[in-house]
Design a protein around this ligand. Structure first.
Ligand SMILES: Nc1ncnc2c1ncn2[C@@H]1O[C@H](COP(=O)(O)OP(=O)(O)OP(=O)(O)O)[C@@H](O)[C@H]1O
Ligand SMILES: [Mg+2]
Length: 491
């Protein structure tokens, strides 16, 4: 069990006993021996759960509760109350305590209560962060593009922004489908309400349906509590069905019904819930083919595809590249707190010829990495595409690596500027490493710096750092382990 816990009591022995017991459960624990000390800690640290005695020497447990909830409404507070003081316990619950423990309590009671409160606290926090992420990070993110096809897409968004029509957004991975979906929402009268994304490619039907429609307690094994679905949560706003082509057939039927009747039932429930939600959908599959194969309902296909927005691969709209590079450079400079650097001629040419199989997403990360790693005053082709340019070979449609000559800077070997030696070690050339070794080293260095920077910006908080850079927390932690980074390294 993970999570940060604060234990507050003026009885030192009790604090230590609780700490000893709960640290075996895996929590990160801090302690305070007075209400004043607790308030200071709560204001500076981010705790998930606070366990506090009701009667402390100075300010009381109720004050600690009020303070904690003012600082962070997601903190869950467990109140320890004296024997026979149920009235105060009830009062504490009314004021937002998550639970209470009447003294004397045994170890099992303590463990169970803390575990349950912690689980809920972590879930609630994750949920809120997700919402913030969707609303915050895309809220004002602009879509750029000068190509005629992007201009047409902007015009389409403009024309339908004030309607509720369903839009099917199509394009390969990384072409900007989610960005278009968010633009459609934020330029619509629903902008003040949530826009929620829902991945329809989850492993099984039960999961997809419970995520879409929610479920009642006991609807299936594992449904221990009732849960609100995305349809309900997006009420008044927009629901973005990502990878809709992967939705199970049975679920498609339920979705169709929900669209037509504007109401649905939770899984395992039997009363209809009415909602007002605008639907957007995205796919990178050939939906027509899926319809022909009987894997996607034709009636649903027509319902979703009222308007269609097709985003071509980046390689088919190279006019957009210079503007996108400029856009991502500015964003990255701001985000990583670095001076923006221009691309040199060869780097720009490399950009314009590279195949960009990962589309705009690949371009974006190439630019971000280059800005962090470039040691000279300008970004070179080697900074931007350390693996070399891959060109699309028109005749065979196969991708072929094409080497490029790193531009010699400052007159080459004679240079003794700081860029000289740093540059040589950055590419591993000075030590005669093989291409693979040099690349591994470079990537390793980049990853270490990237992760550390993200951690520092977030005061060592892994969850927040991972969110900021768009990684799953688990992958972020895995990478940290691989690179031998601990949160303390970011201090
Ligand atoms: N025209 C654009 N202008 C600015 N940024 C863009 C543009 N297109 C894509 N991006 C950026 O590229 C990245 C990938 O975009 P997005 O997540 O919308 O792609 P997607 O089509 O949903 O990909 P996937 O199919 O893999 O989910 C994001 O960081 C997004 O901000
Ligand atoms: Mg997407």
């Amino acid at each position: 069990m993970q999570g940060r816990l604060l234990i507050v009591d003026d009885e030192k022995a009790l604090v230590l006993a609780i700490k000893g017991l709960l640290s075996k459960e895996g929590y990160q624990i801090e302690t305070a021996y007075s209400g004043e000390e607790a308030v200071k800690l709560i204001e500076s640290g981010s705790f998930h759960v606070v366990i506090t005695d009701l009667s402390l020497g100075g300010i009381t447990g109720l004050d600690v509760l009020a303070r904690a909830r003012a600082v962070d409404p997601d903190v869950a507070v467990i109140m320890i109350t004296a024997y026979g003081s149920e009235k105060v316990a009830v009062e504490a619950m009314k004021r937002g305590a998550a639970d209470y423990l009447p003294k004397p309590f045994d170890n099992d009671e303590l463990r169970v209560v803390v575990r349950r409160v912690m689980e809920t606290a972590l879930l609630r926090r994750d949920h809120r962060r997700l919402l913030e992420q969707v609303q915050g990070s895309y809220g004002f993110e602009s879509i750029v593009g000068t190509s005629p096809v992007m201009q047409r897409i902007f015009a389409t968004i403009d024309k339908i922004a004030d309607t509720d029509v369903t839009v099917l957004i199509r394009g390969d991975s990384g072409t900007g489908k989610e960005l278009v979906a968010n633009a459609l929402h934020y330029w619509s009268p629903r902008r003040a309400k949530p826009v929620l994304a829902m991945n329809c490619a989850a492993l099984n039907r039960e999961l997809v349906e419970s995520e879409l429609f929610g479920h009642e307690k006991g609807a299936f094994t594992g449904a221990v509590t009732r849960r609100e679905g995305k349809f309900e949560a997006a009420h008044g706003g927009t629901l973005f069905l990502d990878e809709v082509g992967d939705m199970p057939l049975e679920t498609q039927a339920k979705l169709l019904r929900a669209i037509q009747e504007k109401e649905f039932e939770r899984v395992g429930g039997n009363h209809p819930i009415k909602v007002d939600v605008r639907l957007l959908a995205a796919t990178n599959h050939d939906l027509e083919q899926l319809v022909r194969e009987g894997r996607f309902r034709e009636d649903l296909y027509y319902r979703l595809r009222v308007v269609e927005v097709v985003i071509p691969p980046l390689a088919e709209r190279r006019e957009d590249i210079p503007l996108l590079v400029d856009h991502f450079l500015k964003l990255a400079a701001k985000r990583f707190n670095r001076e923006p650097k221009p691309l040199d001629g060869a780097a720009l040419r490399a950009c314009l010829t590279h195949a960009w199989r990962g589309n705009v997403r690949e371009l974006r990360s190439a630019v971000e990495q280059a800005l962090l790693l470039a040691s000279g005053p300008e970004i070179t082709a080697a900074d931007l595409l350390p693996g070399g340019v891959v060109e699309r070979n028109a005749s065979s449609e196969r991708l072929q690596p094409v080497g490029f000559q790193p531009e010699s800077r400052n007159g080459g070997a004679a240079s003794t500027g700081p860029a000289g030696p740093a540059d040589a070690s950055a590419t591993g050339a000075a030590r005669g490493l093989s291409f693979r070794e040099a690349k591994e080293q470079l990537v390793g260095d980049f990853e270490r710096r990237f992760l550390l920077d993200a951690l520092r910006r977030n005061g060592g908080n892994i969850t927040r750092a991972a969110e900021e850079v768009g990684m799953y927390r688990q992958s972020f932690q895995q990478k940290m382990r691989e690179l031998g980074i601990t949160p303390d390294d970011a201090a």
